[in-house]
Design a protein around this ligand. Structure first.
Ligand SMILES: [Zn+2]
Length: 286
C-alpha cells in the first residue's frame, strides 16, 4: 500500500503535469470505485485543474471548486501516460478502475490488482466531504507538528504504539510499513503502550518518526510512479523482511501475524531479544 512518502511523490508528480490542464473525460471501468454521485463525474469535464494536494494517503485534484479525490488503498496504483491509449474503457475484469484524459491527450489510469477492491474515487465540492479525509489526524511531517503536539496525541492513550501510529485519525498517512520502520528506528516494541512511554521515549519516538518519514519522502521525491514501489521496498529495513538479518544488529527479523495484516520487527533492536507471540494482547507483552 502506498503510504505518505509515496503518495507525496505521486502528488508532486501529478502537480507538475496536470495543473493548468483541463479534464477532457473521465471513464469509470470499476463502478464500485466511485463512491459519490453528486456532483456527477462529468461535472469535471472541461474544468481546469488548479492544484494537487495530499491529505493523508488521499490525492486531491482541485478543479476550481470541484475536486477529484482518490485513495489507492492496498493494491491500487497510478499509471501516467504522456499520450493516453485510445482503446475504449470497458467495465470488466481488468485492473483498470478509472481513466482520466486531459485536454492535451495526456492522462492517467487508476488501477487495482487483486480481487478485493477498495480503491476509492470521490467527486466532491470540498475534500472534507470525504469521510476518510474528515477524520484524518494531524500530518506527522508538517513543519508545525512539534514534539509537544506529538506528546499530546500520545498522552493517556492505553493503546499499543504500533496500532496508534497507523491509525489515520491519529496520524495521517502512516501505514503498516512505515510504522514498522519508525518503531525499528526508535528501538521500541510494537506492543509498548503509548500512555506508558517516558518523556525520553516519546522524544526518541518523535525523532525516529520525523527522520524515517523525511528520509522516505526524500527518497521517493522526483521518482516516476513506475519506480516508486520498488524504491520503497528496497529502502525498508524491517518491513517485509521476515527471516532476513537486521541491518543494525544482525538478529533475525521476525513477524507477527494478525487476522488481516502482518508486521515485522527486530527482536535484537526492539524487544530485548524477546520473540512476540501472534495475536497477543498488550497485557501479555509490553
Ligand atoms: Zn536489530
Amino acid at each position: 500500500m502506498p503510504e505518505l512518502p509515496e503518495v507525496q511523490a505521486l502528488t508532486a508528480f501529478l502537480d507538475e503535469r496536470v495543473v493548468g490542464h483541463a479534464f477532457a473525460s473521465l471513464r469509470v471501468a470499476a463502478i464500485s470505485a466511485l463512491k459519490t454521485f453528486d456532483p456527477p463525474l462529468p461535472a469535471l469535464d472541461g474544468r481546469t485543474i488548479e492544484r494537487v494536494a495530499r491529505h493523508g494517503k488521499f490525492i486531491d485534484l482541485d478543479a476550481g471548486g470541484v475536486h477529484l479525490v482518490f485513495h489507492l488503498a492496498r493494491a491500487g496504483w497510478l499509471r501516467w501516460y504522456d499520450e493516453l491509449p485510445a482503446t475504449p474503457v470497458k467495465p470488466g475484469k481488468s485492473p483498470l478502475a478509472l481513466r482520466v484524459r486531459l485536454d492535451d491527450g495526456s492522462g492517467f489510469d487508476l488501477t487495482e490488482a487483486g480481487t478485493k477492491k477498495s480503491l476509492a474515487v470521490s467527486v466532491v465540492r470540498d475534500p472534507a466531504e470525504v469521510p476518510g479525509i474528515a477524520r484524518l489526524g494531524p500530518d506527522p511531517t508538517a513543519d508545525d507538528f512539534t514534539l509537544a503536539d506529538f506528546a499530546a496525541v500520545l498522552d493517556g492513550r492505553r493503546t499499543q504504539i504500533k496500532g496508534l501510529l497507523r491509525d489515520q485519525s491519529v496520524f495521517a498517512g502512516i501505514g503498516n510499513a512505515y510504522s514498522d520502520e519508525i518503531l525499528h528506528a526508535a528501538r521500541m516494541s510494537p506492543y509498548a503502550l503509548a500512555a506508558k512511554l517516558t518523556p525520553e521515549q516519546v522524544e526518541h519516538l518523535y525523532t525516529a518518526m520525523r527522520a524515517t518519514l523525511a528520509e522516505a519522502v526524500a527518497e521517493a521525491s522526483g521518482k516516476p510512479p513506475a519506480e516508486l514501489k520498488d524504491a520503497k521496498r528496497r529502502a525498508l529495513r524491517v518491513h517485509g523482511r521476515t527471516g532476513q538479518s537486521c541491518p543494525v544488529c544482525g538478529s533475525t527479523i521476525r513477524q507477527v501475524i494478525f487476522a488481516d495484516s502482518t508486521f515485522q520487527y527486530c527482536p535484537g533492536c526492539q524487544t530485548g531479544g524477546k520473540v512476540l507471540a501472534d495475536r497477543v494482547l498488550s497485557r501479555l507483552v509490553k
